[in-house]
Structures are given as C-alpha cells and as structure tokens.
Write a protein that binds this ligand. Structure first.
Ligand code: BG6
Length: 481
C-alpha cells in the first residue's frame, strides 16, 4: 500500500496480490433469453411472469433479455475489453434438461454451454459455474418444488449431468445462488414461485436447499474431484447488519444468524446444525403461535454430518449494510416487506449518514464489507473467500455512472483493507457485466458495467464509466482512491 498526499487529502494506492482474480457475474435467466427457438423447458420465472405479469414492475419478461444465447461471443469480447480473468455464469436447468429430469438431455443446451466454456477458456477466462440461480423447472415446482424433500434427488441428478459434461474444464462450482433468495424471497412474494408461505414451505425449503447442496458437494467429492481437482461451494446473500443503538447488539447478532447463519452455520461452522439460539427462539415463536412443532425442520444427526463442511471456499454476495433495531412483536412492517424480520422482531433501517440509492433497502456503506469479511474470518474456518457478487443498482440508465464507479472503488478498497486484516479473499466479482432482466424490477433497474439497449434488435452493449474504471484497476492490478 502506498499513500500519497494530494492537495492535503490522502490518496491511497493498493496493489492486488499475484493470483488475485477479477471477474464479472451473470445468471442464465437474466441474460440468455430465447426460450422459444431452442428446446428449453419452462421454469418458475417463465411461469410466474406469464401467469402474473403485474408482479414485474415494467410488465416485461425475459424472453429475449440480453440475448446472450446468441450473443455470447460478444459477451466474451466485453470480458476481454474489461481484462477480467473469471466469468461467473449459471446453467439453466431446463435448457440442459427440458423436462427437469435427466431422461432427456438437450443437445442444444449441451452445445451452448460447451461453446461458452470453450470460448472463455480460449481467452484465458476461468469459468465459475453456478448450478442453480433461481430458475427451477416448472415441472418440479408443480410437485412442490424446493419445499418437497424429493428436490434433493432432482437436484443431485441434475448436478450429476452438469458435472459429467463440464467438470473436465470447469474447476470452480457454486451449487446454489443465495438459498436465502430461493426460500425467503420465494416464499415471501419477492421472487418466483411467489408464494406467501414462509413459515411452512419457506422453512422446508431452507432445509432442502442445505441437503441438496450437501449431496451435490459430496457427489463431486466422491466421483469428480479425484479426477478433476476442482472446488465446490455456494453463494450466500449476506446483508451486513450493525446495531442501531448499543441496546441492539444482541438483536443484531440474531439478525445475522437468521439471515445468513440459518444457511451458513450448518455448512461452515465447526459444530454444524442450526444456530442454537435461533433454533430455540424459532421453536418458542411457533409455540406462541399455537404451533407445537419446530417450524425450522429439525436436522437429524446424520443430516448435520452430511451438511457440515461441504465447502472448499466461501462465496459471498454482498450489496449493502442495514442498521438493526429491536421492535415489539406484531410491529407493522415498513413500506418494503424486507424491512422487518418478524420472526426475530427486528427492523432493518438505513443510517442517516449513509448514502442511499433510489431503492430504500440499499445503502452505500463500503466499510460494511470489511466488517463482514472479518466476521466471516472470526466465525468460520475459511481458507478462501471469493466475492461472487458486489455491485450497485440504479434507476438511472446513463453512461456516466459516477455513483457505481465510486461504489466499486470504495468497496474494493475495503476488500483490500480486509485482506490486510488477514481475511483470505482471493477474488472479486462485479454484479453485473451488463444490464439485464432484474427479476421483479424487469429492465428498470440497472446494475451493468455495460448499458444494454433493450429496444435494439441486437441488444447493443455500451460501456459505462464504471466499466472503464474497473478495467483500469483490473489491468494495472492497482486501485487508486
Ligand atoms: C443478487 C442476485 O442477489 O442480486 C442477482 O444473485 C440479482 O441475481 C442481484 O440480480 C440484484 O438483485 P435485485 O433484487 O436488486 O435485482
């Protein structure tokens, strides 16, 4: 680290260590498009946007999205322009297995991902592949989806097909993107399947995602690792939380355990299983509601052992920090449902000094990522952390995206500082390379280093200021603040 004083203010210069990886991320459903001309089967987002178009803020759909199904060569060119050396993308379950089951493997799907992986490797870009990023086959949803324990077999069979096709070339795998998003968002009407059933379906989903992840991990471990020597983990969506007042310290730790620990503790902690305090509290909550059984389905001793330790690194999706404040039971949620975690009676609020984005849940507080990385280091035994998503949303489509540029600069600086604290971060990934179908926000919300013209038939991609900035950091492996 070098520090230089320019006009009285301190400019810092950080050099990224040799081997540190820089990447960009995407997800199949948000960029690929083309469910019609190929044989891709229907998934839960297709079904939801077509049966309930009103839930998408601009009533759009992802039938063409960024058209990466056809334009993937242009996507690789953009990665070359940026100079990144890893690309995190996901495989669409129903593009590969149109019925959801391994009885039919799509030739087209097989070829598509083969070409993409080979195209990346030719350019020296490492593929990081997510097996599941929000797009469950509708055929499996019709049988109960993630709330049905059979999903474990469905997912493991699918994972086996993917590993058998691509594990010779893909060395870094993420089984699931954000189980919190799959279950908590999916069962609180914030994502497909768009159910209002958090306390039954949602918590069944929590358990089933963990077992499905663990089985896929162990499958890789036993069958594929001896030959291909890759790494497997999952990505956790982890808002960082800070206490609003000194009185809220305990509530904040509970909020961390409810949000992230519910999914992380069984996998990454030494003892495994649900976080103890949370498990007890949720049992009491159930009883108070006249429900005598644990709502968080118990994990048997075998299941605890099955899930524990199923990671080779930690994949972190970090966006924002919220303050946590205790509230009385029955407190009415704020304007955005996620503002309240009613299971543990806390509210998430912003800090008056933190810059806010146009969406009220998203504050810019770069130091949050450093504190969170240190928390991970102190709570789990981690040899490696890859930041699998970090980026800034805006409703402003303009190419001069100073806010995003500053966000990336300041968050990367805090990642650097965390590394100086001793946190083993080995890679950083921007969400996202280009504007895409941002789930319930359709095409209104922009996260892209590149802007995409969704009115042009060839989905023209144009770099923003943040793309130039990120590229200069990546190419020089130096961050100047
Ligand atoms: C991440 C998801 O949590 O957040 C991405 O993995 C998503 O798929 C990104 O696009 C931004 O989320 P949102 O809800 O602001 O569109």
């Amino acid at each position: 680290v070098l520090s230089v004083s320019i006009c009285g203010s301190l400019a810092m210069e950080y050099k990224f260590p040799e081997g540190f990886k820089f990447g960009v991320a995407s997800a199949a459903y948000q960029v690929e498009g083309d469910p019609k001309s190929s044989d891709r089967g229907e998934n839960i987002w297709d079904y939801m946007v077509h049966s309930r178009p009103e839930v998408i803020s601009d009533r759009s759909d992802a039938s063409m999205a960024c058209d990466s199904y056809h334009l993937w060569r242009r996507d690789i060119e953009m990665m070359e322009e940026l100079g990144v050396n890893m690309y995190r993308f996901s495989i669409s379950w129903t593009r590969l297995l149109p019925t959801g089951y391994p009885n039919i493997i799509s030739e087209d799907g097989k070829r598509f991902y083969n070409d993409l992986i080979d195209g990346l490797l030719e350019k020296g870009i490492e593929p990081i592949v997510t097996l599941y990023h929000c797009d469950l086959p509708q055929s499996l949803q019709d049988l109960g989806g993630w709330a049905n324990p059979l999903v474990v077999d469905w997912f493991t069979d699918y994972a086996n097909v993917v590993f058998s096709l691509y594990a010779d070339r893909v060395k870094i795998w993420l089984t699931l993107n954000e189980p919190f998003g799959i279950c908590d968002f999916g069962y609180m009407e914030l994502a497909a399947p768009y159910f209002d059933d958090i306390k039954v379906g949602g918590y069944m989903c929590t358990k089933n995602t963990l077992i499905a992840h663990a089985k896929a991990y162990r499958l890789y471990d036993e069958v594929y690792r001896p030959k291909y020597h890759g790494k497997v983990s999952l990505s956790t969506l982890f808002f960082w939380f800070e206490p609003a007042t000194p009185d809220d310290v305990e509530a904040t730790e509970l909020a961390i355990q409810f949000w992230a620990g519910r999914y992380d503790h069984p996998i990454f902690s030494k003892e495994g299983g649900w976080p103890k305090k949370l498990e007890k509290l949720m049992l009491e909550n159930g009883k108070n509601e006249g429900y005598p059984y644990p709502r968080l389905p118990p994990l048997s001793l075998e299941e605890i052992e099955l899930v524990k330790g199923t990671y080779d690194f930690y994949g972190l999706n970090h966006y924002t920090t919220r303050l946590i404040r205790k509230v009385e039971p029955g407190y009415k949620p704020g304007p955005y449902p996620l503002m309240t975690l009613d299971e543990i009676n806390v509210e998430m609020i912003g800090h008056p000094d933190w810059k806010s984005t146009e969406l009220n849940w998203f504050s810019v507080h770069p130091k949050g990522i450093r504190d969170q990385l240190n928390w991970l280091k102190n709570n789990y035994d981690l040899k490696e952390i890859i930041i699998t998503e970090n980026g800034m949303m805006s409703l402003d489509p303009s190419l001069v995206d100073t806010g995003r540029l500053e966000y990336i600069r300041d968050y990367m600086e805090q990642v650097m500082l965390a590394m100086q604290d001793g946190v083993p971060v080995t890679g950083y990934t921007v969400w996202t390379m280009m504007d895409n179908f941002e789930w319930l926000n359709g095409y209104n919300l922009k996260y892209g280093l590149y802007a995409v013209d969704f009115n042009s038939p060839n989905r023209t991609r144009t770099p923003r200021e943040s793309a130039r900035f990120y590229s200069s950091v990546v190419r020089s492996r130096t961050l100047r603040t």
